[in-house]
Ligand binder design. Structure first.
Ligand SMILES: [Mg+2]
Length: 230
């Protein structure tokens, strides 16, 4: 097995690698719910920031009065349909990459530090965004919405995968970069470094209240030292 990498960095997508990616993601969820259940829903009144896609769909359906049984039954179909719709409608996202994100991913790649995704996006939606943003080549793997109940569970899956690949061992520094208090909580729950970027909806003050290990306005100012202590 290869020697472990000098570090591992996990990235959230929305508000972290990308911002203002447009309504297409939300529209894909609404269209998928409509075509599977016939119910008209909306993401208004759903605090989508920091939420996992399946939880967003559940909340949309609940707000529209759907029964728990119907929600449970339709979820796998809605999830499949939403991903198919998004793959078709996702716009060019190259200009939606957050400041400094592309350069940071490039620097990690140059140093042989694996980078991966930990995101509330469904698998195909997350990868599609990365592809259309031109970031796909920098990301080795990902843990996506349908794999766990919450973000802490997704981080756990990502760590297990990286360990299985021989990229990390008990000594490797691991960081999670995110724009939401939920990202900080997920890092904490897994005892990895919580790096908060104020490029999403949560302001620096709100993020600071959750005591991340590092807090920066955006990724342009993130050094390897701040990220991984390298
Ligand atoms: Mg986010």
């Amino acid at each position: 097995m290869q020697a472990p990498a000098p570090g591992l960095v996990l990235f959230d997508i929305d508000g972290t690698l990308l911002r203002r990616a447009g309504p297409h993601h939300r529209e894909a969820l609404v269209s998928a719910v409509r075509s599977i259940t016939g119910i008209e829903t909306t993401t208004e009144n759903v605090p989508v920031q920091g939420m996992l896609d399946r939880d967003i769909v559940e909340q949309m359906l609940r707000n529209a009065g759907a029964s728990p049984a119907l929600i449970r039954r339709s979820m796998p179909l809605v999830v499949a349909r939403a991903q198919r719709i998004y793959a078709r409608t996702c716009p060019d996202l190259r200009r939606r990459v957050c400041p400094g994100a592309r350069m940071l991913l490039y620097r990690l790649w140059r140093r042989g530090v694996p980078a991966g995704l930990v995101t509330g996006n469904l698998t195909r939606i997350g990868w599609k965004k990365m592809e259309r943003a031109g970031l796909r080549p920098y990301l080795r793997f990902g843990a996506f919405a349908e794999l766990a109940k919450d973000r802490a569970g997704l981080v756990r899956i990502a760590l297990r995968y990286a360990r299985g690949q021989g990229w990390i061992d008990g000594q490797t520094r691991v960081a999670l970069v995110g724009d939401h208090p939920n990202d900080i909580g997920a890092a904490r729950a897994n005892r990895i470094r919580a790096v908060a970027v104020a490029t999403g909806l949560a302001g620096a003050e709100e993020l600071a209240a959750h005591s991340p290990d590092v807090l920066v306005p955006d990724m342009r100012v993130l050094t390897m030292e701040m990220l991984l202590g390298l």
